[in-house]
Design a protein around this ligand. Structure first.
Ligand code: PGA
Length: 261
């Protein structure tokens, strides 16, 4: 894992956007794995800026989102379909037919999950997956004790996640769906590269456990220690529990010039 500590969420997000932009420039038919929540918003803003001001071209790009709530139609304002339209898709030149999000309204959920997995494979696999992390260590909606080999499937959200996400539902936890469809941990691990973002003090424990703790299904993000190309870009408050934070800064500050972003 490469751990990149930045002074602000914006600075860490610019790094994430540069990583993604580099992939898109090198491979115009790149496949991006995308995430929702508060964390990736500044990354999307930067990618939109790169599209508008530096001609970053998404016309050949395909995207797969990590997850969607079960029972929310795409037009529901809190659905992840709506989130992606509002915060990214409608601002760039992505073909609608190239954007994929699990169908939370599917009648046959296992079939929908199998279809989603097959679509990722048919697209050639994910080149770079953007990730947030839950305060409980989840990636996608793979809550603690999720199988580290899991594939796209239905999950029941923890009380903590429903409480964390109640802010998107006018603070009413009762409105937060109980279930979601999420890519599995095994699905995420097959991405060729992963960029995980985390901001704020309430992510500090999850980040320390993910990066330095034992690898365990109790913190699903910790499996990223086994990923061949995982970068973790975080702000200062999210870094405070890391034992080796000075070392991570030293490594980043002393990168060979050719490796700099
Ligand atoms: P957040 O969620 O970005 O809204 O904090 C992250 C996550 O749950 O993965």
């Amino acid at each position: 894992m490469e751990i990149i500590i930045q002074p602000t969420p914006e600075a860490a997000s610019v790094i994430a956007a540069r990583i993604i932009a580099r992939v898109v420039r090198e491979k115009p038919h790149a496949v991006l794995g995308l995430a929702t929540g508060s964390t990736p918003l500044a990354t999307y803003r930067e990618l939109i800026r790169l599209h508008r001001e530096e001609a970053l071209d998404f016309s050949g790009v395909t995207t797969f989102n990590l997850d969607e709530y079960v029972g929310l139609p795409p037009e529901h304002p809190q659905s992840y379909h709506a989130f992606m339209q509002e915060n990214f898709f409608r601002h760039v030149n992505l073909g609608e037919e190239h954007t994929h999000i699990p169908n939370g309204m599917a009648q046959d959920v296992p079939r929908e999950c199998a279809r989603y997995e097959a679509a990722i494979v048919a697209a050639g696999g994910i080149d770079v997956q953007l990730l947030g992390i839950g305060s409980d260590g989840h990636i996608g909606f793979n809550e603690p004790t999720s199988s580290l080999a899991s594939r796209t499937r239905i999950k029941t959200l923890t009380e903590l996640t429903r409480k964390d996400n109640a802010r998107f539902f006018n603070g009413d936890m009762g409105k937060v769906p109980m279930h979601c469809i999420t890519m599995g941990v095994g699905t995420i691990m097959e991405s060729k590269a992963v960029v995980l973002l985390a901001f704020g003090a309430n992510k500090a424990t999850a980040i320390a456990d993910a990066c330095e703790g034992p690898m365990t299904a109790m913190n699903p993000a910790s499996i990223l220690q086994m990923h061949r190309t995982a970068k973790v870009a975080i702000d200062e408050p999210a870094s405070t529990q890391l034992r080796k934070r000075d070392y991570y800064r030293y490594v980043y500050d002393n990168k060979p010039v050719w490796q700099r972003l």
